[in-house]
Design a protein around this ligand. Structure first.
Ligand SMILES: [Zn+2]
Length: 431
């Protein structure tokens, strides 16, 4: 009885309503791949890009005409490394999971209003929250959740204070506050942790693959986890047709991860030439971030240990970008904002422009990031996105100014974005 009522209420709220048809006319199209803009028109039907044409298209009956006014039309942006539930202020860490969720709702709205129609959550965000956003109940980018980050004891996901008892040696829960990480030691616990994430709805698995900045116990040079534990995570993810992404900085850590089947390395700031080549040879992607590392050392709530480690990894940034370019390692746009720093989202475009052309950065933020997310195979239930092509999901932005000449037009998303469309639904229109 209760169930029938809930379904009826959902229909009345428009939960099953079809997306409208739109004809977006008179735009210059950045398709996500080509650096040259193409003048044209785009027809959107039922949430999908139905047609892209240089000549005028007919407006379907009942459809809405949108005059693009010769603006640039881009695919929606994508962030490969978000932590929606990572924005609880430092002094509130350890509070109940609902509080992590409350801050996540604000962050999700900000991402979407900044033109980000999809994010891969690199750990922490529970798939239940992803489902609420992806169904349209809450505003936010389409979320590909990794669930709780799998970490060994004393690893980068072990966020206890130094004197606290081990959670499971006393028979308790292996989850860290907010369920943002789960401790797993040995092959068996790793299999359970990964499979539990998959059961909850994770679309890929995140593991801590080496020392990290924001944890207390693990030096940056520490290797985490063992080859057998990595293989266990890769096996369990692979059995679901998906892949493992791993946090790591050093050559030793990344080599071990690549040799045992990890498909995407997060950060990677301290790798050497040979390791970069190993990644390229194995078609392993890198998702690294510029802004967060440049501000991390000065953020509030860090211990002296954290600050030392932040300075250590930042030194590798220039060299890593050189290696990514030298070996053409697959990459995409990625931020890793935590503790409420996401209002700096546009900075990531700006800093990337120091190394890449605007067209290259925009390709990272659209087609290239999408290609990495699609490694989740059949767990991606949303079809193809990240490019403006017939048959692909209608995640679209109309941008004021000339982003292919200067990405600083994105510095103020409120004025830069004239239209935000996500899955064929208009999120914002300021035309
Ligand atoms: Zn992260």
């Amino acid at each position: 009885m209760i169930r029938i009522f809930v379904v009826a209420a959902f229909i009345m709220m428009g939960g099953f309503a079809q997306a409208d048809d739109f004809l977006i006319e008179n735009v210059r199209i950045f398709d996500g791949v080509n650096s040259k803009l193409q003048a044209g028109h785009v027809l959107v039907r039922d949430g999908i890009i139905a047609e892209v044409s240089r000549s005028r298209l007919e407006l379907p009956a009942g459809g809405t005409r949108i005059d693009g006014g010769n603006r640039v039309l881009s695919p929606g942006f994508i962030d490969l490394h978000a932590h929606l539930t990572g924005h609880i202020p430092a002094d509130q860490h350890g509070q109940h999971a609902t509080l992590y969720g409350a801050y996540a709702v604000d962050a999700a709205r900000f991402f979407l209003n900044s033109g980000f129609t999809t994010v891969r959550d690199a750990g922490g965000t529970h798939p239940d929250l992803a489902r609420a956003i992806n169904s349209g109940s809450l505003a936010g980018p389409r979320v590909f959740p990794s669930g709780a980050i799998v970490s060994q004891t004393a690893g980068h996901g072990d966020w206890r204070s130094r004197n606290s008892a081990h959670p499971t040696l006393g028979g308790g829960s292996p989850y860290m506050p907010g369920d943002n990480a789960v401790l797993a030691d040995g092959v068996d616990q790793t299999l359970v942790a990964v499979r539990e994430n998959l059961k909850n709805g994770a679309t890929q698995i995140k593991i801590m693959g080496g020392g990290g900045v924001m944890s207390e116990f693990d030096p940056i040079h520490s290797l985490q986890p063992s080859p057998a534990e990595i293989r266990a995570a890769v096996q369990a993810a692979g059995d679901w047709g998906t892949y493992v992404l791993a946090h790591a900085y050093t050559s030793k850590a990344v080599t071990r991860l690549v040799e045992n089947g990890v498909r995407c390395i997060e950060h990677g700031l301290l790798i050497d030439d040979a390791t970069a080549k190993l990644m390229a040879d194995n078609d392993v992607a890198i998702s690294t971030q510029l802004t967060i590392y440049r501000i991390l050392g000065n953020m509030e709530g860090l211990s002296d240990t954290n600050r030392e480690k932040a300075a250590l990894v930042l030194e590798g940034q220039d060299r890593l970008i050189d290696l990514i370019k030298k070996y053409r390692i697959r990459t995409g746009f990625s931020t890793d904002f935590i503790m409420g720093q996401y209002p700096l989202l546009a900075k990531e475009f700006e800093y990337r422009s120091e190394y890449w052309t605007p067209a290259e950065v925009l390709a990272q933020a659209t087609s290239q990031a999408a290609e990495i997310i699609r490694m989740s195979g059949k767990l991606n239930r949303y079809g193809n996105f990240g490019e403006i092509r017939a048959g692909w999901v209608a995640d679209l932005l109309l941008i004021n100014g000339e982003p292919l000449q200067d990405l600083s037009v994105l510095n103020d998303p409120d004025s830069a974005l004239a239209l935000i469309m996500q899955g064929g639904k208009i999120v914002k229109s300021a035309l």
